[in-house]
Design a binder for this molecule. Structure first.
Ligand code: GAL
Length: 697
């Protein structure tokens, strides 16, 4: 495969929002829930808070098209003029995430049917079947009408297509969807023989003799065909994406403004974001903290790094997050003082050039009245409002970060198809969880202060020093060849267990488990040896003359492999468990690079031990900063920027030159405007944003 065959990453569009040259600040604005006299107060307060962009019209279809084909834009005209007169730009939505009551009444066949056969009703939100021709026609009609009316409006900075494709529903098991799935399968396999072979239908007598007999993988008596389910996940993604591209194209035909749709990176299992990233003009993301997670800042950072990676490293937009608690988690923990700024600047540090919230003014009615808002029910005398105003000022002061980029030497592999496939039933152990592995490896890098990107295994990886596969269950032969070439070219590859198992049809690779990575890793897997619930085992480390510093014993859990060596050195050996004395961790040299294999589950502390020689192989150095101090660097045309966030409860210093490049002399604090001492203190819970002159970095 030449580099031209690598899967491209990120939007092709080179522009950014028209009319805004500072960090975008604002949120979802739903003024149709309020009398118009409130709008005047809204814009006055928006100006006080430094708001320069609002997302409008997201759920307004029923008001904009009260009867099929009859439009009422008068209120939206007034709203847009008011915002424009006050210098506030608009991110104008197509309202297609929430079709009106008349639509479902007129087109009942467009309703989504669940896997268990329940027909979903009206009275909440959620789109109709993405495969429904009636839905697609209605969505296009309202999109075209909005494009015609507002496509050239000077207040228009961005189009916001739909809302969070894939949520709250994605897969549809209706007859409408089944017909579209058959068309999709015909296009993919051409013949029924091709489909039967790809799905392995000779197993359990599932062979199809007629296209009409092929259906959606609805509830079945026992486990459904995994290849069919994997294809259904792909089909669902493609159907949602086709809805997006149809609306995008209609807007492109009518307007110069860029088009986005808000992702839920790391949280929406039905969309293959690397594919979506190529279709939007600007990548944007919604992120909500997981209140139950005491270190939710790590999950935030993961989502932000994934979003930036989907954007191919280009600046991206945080289109929604919450000023305080949300309303949909079991316990909706309010953000504590300072947390709003820490969250916002972590996104900014990781490449966001927009900090937007859900939502501007708290709703008095409906399902989200207990959700945090920039202007909460308590009004302007609230702590949340004061922090919103302060954050607006701080972001304005940090505006020169706009357009600067984050770079990383480490790539963590992320492949949604593999996540879909691994998530199906009847895998060797219920304790193996792909997301757990990704999160744990990510957490290790976060604690080490090592910046990572996420990468698709088929993309060009040659710019990275270290590539990590925490969970690459489905790995195509082409992607495995790409990883092997990466090693041959001098890269360091670290592969964790239960990777390289199946191909794109969820069929085990010829040659056995891990066979496609045999050359890179010098090892294959003869048999899986999953552990019983709660069981642990011990791994004795041995540097074997190739992994300096690798000594001692580690405790591991969940999994072991019975490995067959094919050239690798053994640097970790099972002391107990199902295969005492057998290799557990291996290191291989191949071409000019190195391939590591980890056949068991290590926690975040144990990973630190194993990663030390891996970092050495890759020529990487951890930051050496305290774990609670998050330090991220963005590089601009003329200067670098350092965002330092103290998640701890006592002051910390960014004293290490590893973080700043050199001692901080000559750096400026963008928020205070002050020159910075060599020892940069960050108060407990505080944030600092520094400009570091390029000459000394
Ligand atoms: C998002 C959604 C918003 C709002 C928010 C509440 O997923 O896009 O409309 O519902 O959640 O947290």
């Amino acid at each position: 495969m030449t580099s031209a065959q690598h899967r491209p990453v990120g939007p092709r569009y080179e522009g950014w929002l028209t009319g805004i040259d500072s960090i975008c600040y604002g949120g979802d604005y739903n003024p149709e829930q309020w009398p118009e006299e409130v709008w005047e107060q809204d814009v006055t307060l928006m100006r006080e808070a430094g708001v320069n962009l609002v997302s409008i019209g997201i759920f307004s279809w029923a008001l904009l098209e009260p009867r099929e084909g009859e439009f009422d834009f008068a209120w939206l005209d007034r709203l847009i003029e008011l915002l424009h007169a006050n210098g506030i730009h608009i991110d104008l939505a197509t309202p297609t995430a929430s079709p009106p009551a008349w639509f479902f009444h007129a087109y009942p066949q467009a309703r989504v049917v669940t896997r268990e056969g329940t027909v979903l009703g009206f009275g909440s939100r959620g789109m109709a079947s993405p495969s429904s021709p009636d839905y697609r026609a209605a969505a296009l009609r309202i999109t075209e009408a909005l494009g015609d009316r507002y496509g050239s409006h000077p207040a228009l900075a961005l189009w916001h297509v739909h809302n969070e494709y894939g949520a709250p529903v994605s897969e549809d098991y209706s007859p409408t969807s089944a017909a579209a799935f058959r068309d999709w399968l015909r296009a993919r396999y051409t013949t029924l023989d091709g489909l039967n072979a790809a799905w392995g239908t000779r197993f359990w007598g599932q062979v199809y003799g007629e296209w009409e007999h092929v259906g959606v993988p609805a509830a079945t008596p026992s486990v459904a065909n995994p290849a069919q389910r994997l294809d259904f996940a792909r089909f669902t993604n493609d159907s949602l994406l086709a809805c997006f591209t149809a609306e995008r194209d209609a807007l492109h035909a009518r307007s110069q403004a860029p088009v986005t749709t808000n992702f839920m990176a790391a949280e929406c299992p039905s969309t293959d974001l690397f594919a979506w990233g190529r279709e939007v003009d600007v990548v944007s993301n919604d992120h909500y903290l997981t209140a139950a997670d005491p270190r939710c800042e790590v999950g935030l950072a993961l989502a932000a790094d994934l979003t930036r990676s989907v954007a191919g490293g280009k600046p991206w937009m945080l289109l929604e997050h919450s000023p305080s608690g949300v309303n949909w988690q079991p316990r909706n923990v309010a953000k504590r003082p300072g947390e709003m700024a820490r969250s916002a600047f972590s996104h900014v540090g990781r490449g966001a050039d927009a900090v937007m919230f859900f939502q501007w003014r708290a709703s008095r009615s409906g399902a989200e009245k207990f959700h945090g808002a920039m202007l909460p029910h308590a009004g302007t005398s609230s702590r949340v409002w004061r922090e919103i105003v302060a954050l607006g000022a701080d972001l304005a002061a940090a505006s020169e970060l706009v357009g600067s980029r984050v770079s990383a030497d480490v790539a963590l592999l992320w492949d949604q198809e593999s996540l879909w496939a691994q998530g199906l039933e009847w895998r060797p152990s219920v304790d193996v969880d792909a997301r757990e592995r990704i999160n744990t490896f990510y957490d290790r890098f976060w604690r080490d202060g090592v910046q990572v990107d996420f990468a698709h295994p088929s993309q060009d990886l040659s710019g990275y020093k270290l590539v990590v596969a925490p969970a690459s269950y489905l790995l195509t032969a082409e992607s495995a060849a790409n990883l092997t070439r990466f090693v041959e070219g001098g890269g360091t590859l670290l592969v964790s267990f239960f990777s390289g198992i199946v191909n794109e049809f969820d069929a085990v690779h010829e040659g056995g488990f891990l066979a496609p990575l045999r050359d890179a890793l010098g090892v294959t897997v003869e048999e899986f040896l999953p552990l019983r619930a709660g069981e642990t085992l011990q791994v004795a480390l041995d540097d074997a003359g190739v992994a300096p510093g690798l000594t001692g014993t580690l405790t591991a859990s969940v999994w072991a492999d019975d490995l067959t060596l094919a050239g690798a050195s053994v640097v970790g050996t099972y002391l107990d468990g199902p295969a005492p004395g057998a290799p557990a961790i291996t290191r291989n040299t191949h071409g000019s690079g190195t391939g590591w294999y980890l056949s068991t589950q290590l926690d975040v502390d144990a990973l630190a031990t194993v990663l030390a020689p891996v970092y050495a192989d890759a020529g990487l150095t951890p930051s050496g900063l305290p774990e609670e101090l998050e330090v991220i660097r963005r590089s601009g045309a003329a200067a670098d920027y350092v965002v330092a966030i103290n998640h701890g409860s006592s002051p910390l210093s960014v004293e290490s030159s590893a973080a700043l490049g050199t001692p901080a002399a000559g750096a400026t604090d963008l928020i205070t405007g002050a020159e910075v001492d060599a020892d940069v203190k960050v108060e407990a819970g505080g944030v600092r944003v520094l400009r570091v002159p390029r000459a000394i970095s």
